[in-house]
Design a protein around this ligand. Structure first.
Ligand code: ATP
Ligand code: MG
Ligand code: FE
Length: 335
């Protein structure tokens, strides 16, 4: 089965071709990061316009690189939410037009389900059930994957998402956008025990909170500025990152051990964080829990992960019709 997948939920225009759901024949990603950098974040209107310029080119490239023609495609998978409504509509309209013209099924995909599915591409042996820790720009969820496409949310953030916290802290220190990779890199030169930032365990449940940590870092930076003292950005980055990573790792392992799972799969942009990967892997050893994560290109937004999730929808008969609309606030256990 050949899948053509399209993703345009935020600031990456991407198209991919997959064979039988897990084999990636091409995965073309056109990122708009440079375009949004000067604004310090994604500007929705600018993103939509850029998607319109890019979408056709990206799809053509995906076909060429995979050496696949339109007539070889069995179905189209497309992100229909969550994300920016204008951005989503560009990919969705393109996918609908293609599905209609080629007379093949259209499969709507939940973007967050896509992030989780990136693990299936990298780990060919991975099958549900397992625990997934979804840590992206807009989400922080601890989820039981009961079967393909079947999720039970154990906990989620009550305020900021983990990626958002990275981006906001980087912005407060004028480090650039997106903040996650920059903080990750700076933290390697810093001391993670230099500053004692708070860790929000929230009565030991599975929910998260990062806004207290963010305030604490901002207060620290302001106090330093008032006193005209030097800020060691590497130490702030390392200490902030350690606080995030420690809470994420502890809660994910607690969920897996309490619910009796032996595998935790990391998903989303923050899954590329080197400290998170290292810490959770090391902490999990004691519990004989296996930690899996996708390679860097499959952690952040890409169409291959959407194609993989779409393939499992397709073989389960979950196809969409031409009335499929963008759902900006779509939840992971909704369709
Ligand atoms: P969502 O998937 O929730 O809709 P999104 O698509 O914008 O949001 P992703 O593409 O999954 O989010 O990830 C982008 C986020 O990942 C950004 O917040 C970015 O700072 C963060 N990120 C990327 N690399 C790293 C890293 N090495 N360490 C920490 N955070 C990172
Ligand atoms: Mg992005
Ligand atoms: Fe994403």
């Amino acid at each position: 089965i050949i899948t053509l997948a399209i993703e345009s939920s935020c600031d990456e225009t991407s198209a991919a071709i997959l064979k039988n759901g897990r084999e990636v024949l091409s995965n073309i990603i056109s990122t708009q990061i440079e375009l949004h950098k000067k604004f310090g974040g994604v500007v929705p209107e600018v993103a939509s316009r850029k998607h319109i310029e890019n979408i056709d080119i990206v799809v053509q490239e995906a076909l060429e690189e995979a050496n696949v023609g339109f007539n070889d495609i069995d179905h189209i998978a497309v992100t229909y939410g969550p994300g920016l409504v204008g951005a989503l509509l560009v990919g969705l309209s393109h996918a609908k037009a293609l599905a209609y013209t080629l007379d093949i099924p259209l499969v709507g995909v939940n973007h967050i389900e896509g992030h989780v599915s990136a693990n299936y591409i990298e780990h060919k042996e991975l099958k549900p059930p397992f625990i997934t820790l979804i840590v992206s720009g807009g989400h922080t969820h601890l989820v039981e994957v009961k079967d393909y496409g079947e999720y039970e949310i154990l906990g989620k953030t009550r305020d900021d998402a983990s990626g958002e916290a990275f981006d906001k802290i980087a912005r407060a220190m004028n480090l650039g956008y997106p903040g996650g990779p920059i903080i990750d890199k700076l933290a390697k030169q810093g001391n993670k025990h230099a500053i004692e930032f708070p860790r929000a365990y929230l009565d030991d449940g599975y929910d998260f909170s990062f806004s207290g940590l963010k305030s604490s870092v901002l207060n620290y930076l302001n106090a330093k500025k008032m006193k005209k003292e030097d800020i060691v950005v590497e130490d702030v980055a390392a200490s902030f990152q350690e606080s995030v990573v420690e809470v994420l790792s502890t809660k994910a392992i607690k969920a897996a051990s309490e619910k009796g799972y032996k595998t935790i799969a990391l998903a989303g942009g923050v899954a590329s964080n080197s400290a998170l990967r290292e810490k959770i892997t090391q902490m999990a050893k004691e519990y004989e829990i296996d930690i899996k994560y996708p390679p860097l290109v499959l952690c952040t937004d890409n169409a291959a992960m959407i194609g993989c999730a779409g393939y499992y929808n397709f073989i389960k008969g979950k196809v969409s019709d031409m009335s499929l609309n963008a759902v900006p606030n779509l939840k992971i256990n909704e369709r």
